[in-house]
Design a protein around this ligand. Sequence first.
Ligand code: FAD
Length: 352
Amino acid sequence: MAETSPKKRKPMIGLQPEGDVDWSEYRGVLVVVEQRAGVAKPVSWQLIGEAKRLAEKLAAPVSALVMGANVSSLAQEAIYYGADVVYVCDAPELEHYRTRPYSRVCLHVIRQFKPEIVLMGATNTGRDLAGAIATHLPTGLTADSTELDVDEDRLLLASRPAFSEKMLATILCKQFKPQMATARAGVFAPNPRDTSRTGEVVVVAPQMNPDEIATEVIEFLEEQKKVNLQDAEVIVAGGRGLGSPAAFELLRELADALGGVVGASRAVVDMGWISHDHQVGQTGVTVRPKLYIAVGISGAVQHVVGMQNSTWIVAINKDPDAPIFKIAHYGLVGDLFQLVPALTKAVKSRKA
Ligand code: FAD
């Protein structure tokens, strides 16, 4: 059977428009910027940084899409972080995220400007929006990617842990464009904010009249988070080695002395020693602090995947063969009940 040209592949499923599609028109990497109340989520700038790296390999531009109400200033920010072109849809009906009006704008921009890759944060909003768009186009979507690359055929190589982290699956979307992926916050590094960068801003009209939108946001209640791991520069995280919930007090003292917050492994969250918003890892939060101190944590792959990009990792564990030492920059082998108070004392005495 003759091979179909990679540029003119016939769609394999019936949802696509009839006939051959010329995918070669699709060029560049588009990042959908997520914001709330006009404040961009850091994952948006992290993805623009990663998009820039991919776009350099593709010799193609990076674009960003900003949607919301009173969000035009974010266009300039997107340019400072690396976007060459920013599409802005600024309308009162986009004040709060709703799937249909947001996905209509995304679909319009994708169909009109034809990016070959579309990236979004793997946040609640990003997961909802990316799924809706991929279904409508239709195209393939790799959720929760932890590594992104492109090959010589301009195919996106989106890797993500699979089979309970036992393997890393690299997923390709060979038949359709754009190739879509979501990635968690903290996985990629943003480019430094460069205020000398310039770019083009393209204004996009909303694609639905307000009276066509079936859902209405009555009130928006901000979730009361007890801890903000994602923005913390220092995290002191505890695991089963603490032996009891009371021992978290030792970690809080060290975290306070260092101006940080307390994190945790899933084992202690599952035992009810600390709430889930403290959990770092595959089913918790992905973090990228300047300093991560892992106390009584063995270093299971599901934990490591959430903190391995920390700038400095210090591990405290009584078992010299604990896997956490393989990724730690500094390891303290010993009893945490002696080492943690000694560290806290040392930090406090340096500050005094
Ligand atoms: P343990 O593995 O029991 O390690 C305790 C450590 O404490 C040991 O290394 C021990 O030597 C040390 N220790 C004991 N006493 C002392 C002492 N006095 N002083 C110093 N050291 C001491 N885990 C996560 O953390 N985050 C996730 O998001 C996550 N998601 C998961 C998703 C799936 C699908 C699955 C299957 C698992 C997931 N897990 C996750 C669980 C993960 O596999 C591990 O079970 C868990 O991370 C282990 O937690 P721990 O390191 O606290 O406990």
